[in-house]
Design a protein around this ligand. Structure first.
Ligand code: FAD
Length: 490
């Protein structure tokens, strides 16, 4: 049987694979959808390079399909690890991960699949990205098993379901929230134009314990197409330009360096890696590029205005619920999301030392933070990671909101629960490292059609281009973004 899947190109990489109509860098949450959409036209050759392993490697699909765990523990072959500086005063460092697999971070994440809110789109006033422009794409990617009607899709590959039979701790949390005056939100993916406060079941892209992200839902079924080639374990190192036109990518595959060319190049490597790749290739802040020893191709504010959800985690003495999604409900207020996790890190990742206690946490996340983080290129060597700083404590109003949220969380946990002191953490939702913006926006790296400003033939389609972090977790929005933006690569 012909297979167009490779775990890396052979030295005799065929001419067809070394030059494509479209070259996609990263088969992640957005990239998997972009690849499927663009290769639906059989006359278009599409090559996808992915740093992570081929999904056909033994055991990997079972790990990404198991929606009751996040396969991110020590030794996981499915993640790339980084360090970030969460706060500056004092300096608090934290490890973060990104998925490195077909499906990207969406193949290893918590399965919370909540749409951004209408205000997230409407307030940016970017042509073609109002709520009314994107809602059909949210519908297209999903099959909602709980709700029908105009807000929901019934034909998309990503199946969405909410937990009905909650664990005891979740039930107690919901009762406490309702006693405190918070209403039940029946459908967090259809709550109307204004943000509402209340508690509701999390829409999950986990059905009967099986996680279906865009790798499993979009890219893997499309791999049988003869015009679509996946080069796994292949890491893009640098973009090649002819003047201001992107013409190719230098990459490192399992058998060594390779050079690929394409008429159109689409970066879908996620907020850290798309930014890193742009900067390594000379697209970024001029002074930063010069300091790192990289010649400037296009001066653009890559990595300057990153955005993420800061989270304070409060350890509790709740009993760990095993074999459950990590989060069954959330409580939403205007700016805070309170998350009563069903397990601690060991239960979530399966990565524990026997006998080590595993405390379920309550997470308190700020959903529209003012603080902006930064990604900085340190070296022209692609093997040297960029510096990542969240600057979470740079905005006193953010810190005050997190404190208020923690007090509310403590109140809801009740006097019978022991709740420890909050610790700074991140929701690992980093976005906006190459934001989209209207003409004249000094923060914008890409235009409304996802094209890198001042460069021909180069698009970025992933979480990097969100102008701000969404008011909900970003995964559903980024999958939608892949579906919406694929048509712009035409
Ligand atoms: C542990 C964790 C849990 C999370 N939980 C949730 C959740 O429950 N709900 C939610 O809404 N959000 C969650 N998120 C965030 C969400 O999953 C991500 O924001 C989203 O998946 C990012 O999508 P993306 O397309 O931008 O990038 P990714 O999905 O990360 O895809 C990028 C892809 O590009 C590949 N790549 C990177 N660099 C290169 C290169 N140089 N060459 C070739 N390939 C490359 C990577 O291997 C990866 O496959 C979580 C994130 C993490 C890390």
């Amino acid at each position: 049987m012909h297979s167009n899947r490779r775990s890396g190109p052979s030295p005799a990489l065929t001419a067809a694979a070394s030059h494509s109509d479209v070259l996609i860098v990263g088969a992640g949450s957005a990239g998997s959808v972009v690849a499927e959409r663009l290769s639906a036209d059989p006359s278009r050759t599409v090559t996808v390079i992915e740093a992570g392993p081929d999904p056909s490697e033994p055991g990997l699909l079972a790990q990404t399909a198991n929606g009751l765990q996040l396969p991110i523990g020590a030794g996981s072959p499915l993640v790339q690890r980084y360090e970030t500086q969460l706060t500056d005063r004092p300096v608090r460092l934290a490890p973060i991960v990104r998925g490195a697999a077909v499906g990207g971070s969406g193949a290893i994440n918590g399965g919370y699949f909540c749409r951004g809110l209408p205000r997230d789109f409407d307030r940016t006033a970017i042509d073609g990205w109002a709520w009314s422009d994107v809602v059909d794409h949210f519908r297209a990617i999903e099959t909602d098993l709980d709700f029908t009607g105009p807000a929901h899709g019934d034909k998309g590959p990503i199946r969405v379901r909410r937990t009905r039979e909650m664990t005891g701790v979740t039930e107690a949390f919901v009762s406490a929230a309702q006693r405190a005056g918070f209403g039940w939100i029946a459908d967090l993916n259809d709550c109307g134009p204004r943000p509402v406060s209340g508690v509701g079941a999390v829409p999950l892209n986990i059905v009967d314990g099986v996680r279906i992200g865009s790798g499993a839902g979009y890219l893997i079924p499309a791999l049988q197409r003869p015009n679509l080639t996946l080069l796994a374990r292949t890491q893009a190192m640098e973009l090649r330009f002819d003047g201001a036109c992107a013409v190719g990518v230098d990459a490192l595959g399992p058998q060594g360096p390779i050079s690929l060319s394409a008429d159109r190049i689409v970066l879908c490597s996620g907020a850290i890696q798309s930014a890193h790749l742009l900067m390594l290739s000379g697209v970024g802040d001029e002074a930063m590029l010069r300091a790192a020893g990289v010649p400037v191709v296009a001066p653009l504010p890559v990595g300057r205005y990153c955005s993420d959800h800061p989270e304070w985690v409060l350890p509790t003495n709740w009993t760990v619920a095993t074999g459950r999604p990590v989060l069954e409900v959330v409580l939403s207020t205007d700016d805070i999301e309170i998350r009563p996790y069903t397990g601690g890190f060991v239960a979530m990742t399966g990565d524990g030392t026997p006998g080590h206690p595993d405390w379920p946490h309550i997470g308190v996340a700020l959903m529209q933070p003012r603080a902006r983080g930064r990604i900085t290129l340190l070296s022209p060597d692609p093997g040297v990671p960029p510096r990542i700083e969240h600057h979470y404590d740079s905005e006193p109003d953010d810190v005050a909101a997190l404190r208020r949220g923690s007090e509310l969380a403590r109140e809801l946990a009740g006097a019978a629960t022991h709740v420890g002191s909050p610790q700074w953490a991140t929701s690992q939702h980093l976005c906006a490292s190459a934001p989209m913006g209207v003409d004249g926006d000094p923060r914008a790296v890409v235009d409304h059609r996802c094209r890198v400003r001042g460069i021909e033939n180069l698009w970025v389609i992933d979480g990097s281009i969100l102008p701000n972090i969404t008011s909900r977790g970003p995964h559903a929005t980024i999958v939608m973004l892949g579906h919406r933006a694929a048509q712009f690569v035409g």
